[in-house]
Design a protein around this ligand. Structure first.
Ligand code: NDP
Length: 460
């Protein structure tokens, strides 16, 4: 069976992929297991593995424009976002984890008795990775680079909406010198191919980025198969909090790009803007001026800032949230409609007078829709920020360093940005709490995800 893949900005057919299904997954896992057992990758000197991962980063950079174009064609995002968010993010991850591949993290442990004990980190073996469509290249790199740095083999299933940039990454990894069978990419639908990977008894570890709904299903799949450990980076409904003493210009910029980067299709989107009452109206005026200046259109054009959503289904979903915001009585300040008759474009949309219990204040929309709430005190801001089931990220804009530290301490989120927003670096651990998942991508913390610890006791 084949699956058609569309360019969401033009609705034209880009190509077709095979649906691997259960048999394809079985073959890929067998190849990954055999590569792992043969120690073709794991058995290399750490410096050789480092050199190969570094070469992968160089190849990603060398193919920057082609990769960015692929990402733009399959996602509808702007070329600028594809270059920065996907291609640079992917290359950077491979460079960072190339370095960490020489860090075995073993330690000797002091115990009672005549023994010497070592606790060593070992790769799991075969890692299953399931990735979403919003940053297809970058998130694939966020999974592949640390898993490989730790010596694992990987079977990765990209979203069937955006398979091509990941397939190209697979080719570049082979060109960089990753041995055959160590990285396997299987295409297909989540319900069939993804589920087969999640249930496979010979997959030792599962890592996922995507919706909370699918995250729950993966936990069940693990529980009903071999109890493989699962790490989940799920959705969010992050609060971006602006106090009256904030640097107004920087905060407006942070609110704008916090909400509309990648058309709002980013798990950390600052989709709830909390503004202190005393500056609320003036701040919104500034913000709306910037929102109205955003240019929607052909994502390949340099001056376009808002591209297409990833699919018709996602566009309908976002429009239904806009409808619900209107129904529930929020005030629509701008946007609110599909743009044009072809492609999956939605106007950047801002609602004010949003109440915390409204759907647009509680649920992840994953589109260019910003819900603005006002607050009177620091306590109220904190309560509002923490009052969704999610806990991925939060932003705080204030000139008061003590207040910033207090807020960072009390916000229930995996990442807190102070006087900045949506900043990422492969050295900084990334992940959530509550319904935003558990486990950390990136940083030293990622090594914990892709290794298991073995204690070896030697009698003296
Ligand atoms: P999903 O979570 O369904 O998709 C993410 C990945 O999981 C895809 O590769 C998908 O494959 C796969 N998948 C889906 N179902 C299963 C399953 N039963 N077993 C194994 N793998 C599966 O996200 P959606 O595309 O449905 O998007 C819906 C919402 O999810 C968005 O509106 C947004 O709120 C949230 N989301 C959050 C992301 C994040 O970064 N945290 C990223 C993407 C979405 P396939 O594409 O074939 O379905």
């Amino acid at each position: 069976m084949t699956i058609p893949v569309e360019n969401p900005a033009t609705e034209e057919l880009l190509g077709e992929i095979a649906d691997a299904g259960e048999q394809g997954v079985n073959d890929a896992v067998a190849a990954a297991r055999s590569a792992f057992n043969s120690r073709l990758w794991m058995g290399k000197n750490p410096s050789e593995r480092q050199a190969i991962l570094w070469r992968a980063a160089d190849l990603i950079d060398a193919h920057r424009e082609d990769l960015a174009l692929l990402v733009t064609l399959e996602t509808g995002k702007t070329l600028k976002d594809a270059r920065g968010g996907d291609v640079s993010g992917a290359a950077d991850a491979f460079r960072y984890f190339a370095g960490l591949s020489r860090n075995s993290n073993g330690q000797s442990v002091g115990v009672d008795g005549p023994f010497s004990v070592r606790a060593d980190r070992e790769p799991f073996g075969v890692v299953g990775a399931i990735t979403p469509w919003n940053y297809p290249l970058c998130i694939a790199a966020w999974k592949l680079a640390p898993a490989l740095a730790c010596g694992n083999s990987v079977v990765l299933k990209p979203s069937e909406l955006t398979p091509f940039s990941t397939l190209r990454l697979g080719q570049l990894l082979a060109e960089a010198g990753v041995p055959a069978g160590t990285v396997n990419i299987v295409n297909g639908y989540g319900d069939s191919t993804g589920d087969a990977l999640a249930r496979h008894n010979d997959v030792d570890k599962l890592t996922f980025t995507g919706s909370t709904r699918t995250g729950r299903r993966l936990m069940v799949a693990s529980a009903e198969s071999n109890l493989k450990p699962v790490s989940l980076e799920l959705g969010g409904k992050s609060a971006n909090i602006v106090f009256a003493d904030a640097d107004r210009k920087a905060a407006v910029r942070g609110a704008l790009w916090g909400a509309f980067t990648n058309q709002g299709q980013i798990c950390t989107a600052g989709s709830r803007l909390l503004v202190e009452s005393s500056i609320h109206d003036e701040f919104l005026e500034w913000l709306l001026r910037r929102v109205r200046s955003l240019k929607i259109g052909d994502p390949r054009q340099d001056d376009v800032t808002i591209g297409s959503l990833v699919s018709k289904k996602q566009m309908e979903r976002v429009l239904s949230y806009i409808h619900s915001g209107k129904e529930e009585g929020a005030t629509l300040l701008c946007g609110g409609h599909r743009e044009g008759g072809v492609g999956c474009f939605v106007q950047p949309t801002v609602f004010s007078n949003v109440k915390p219990e409204m759907k647009i204040a509680q649920e992840e929309i994953f589109g260019p829709v910003l819900s603005v709430l006002r607050f009177a005190t620091e306590e109220e801001a904190l309560w509002l920020a923490n009052s969704t089931p999610y806990g991925l990220a939060a932003g705080v804009w204030t000139a008061d360093a003590t207040r910033a530290a207090r807020m960072a301490n009390k916000l229930r989120a995996g990442t807190v940005w102070i006087n900045c927003y949506n900043e990422f670096d492969p050295a900084a651990p990334f992940g959530g709490v509550k319904l935003s998942g558990f486990g950390r991508d990136l940083g030293q913390a990622a090594l914990d995800q892709y290794t298991t610890v073995k204690s070896t006791w030697t009698a003296q």
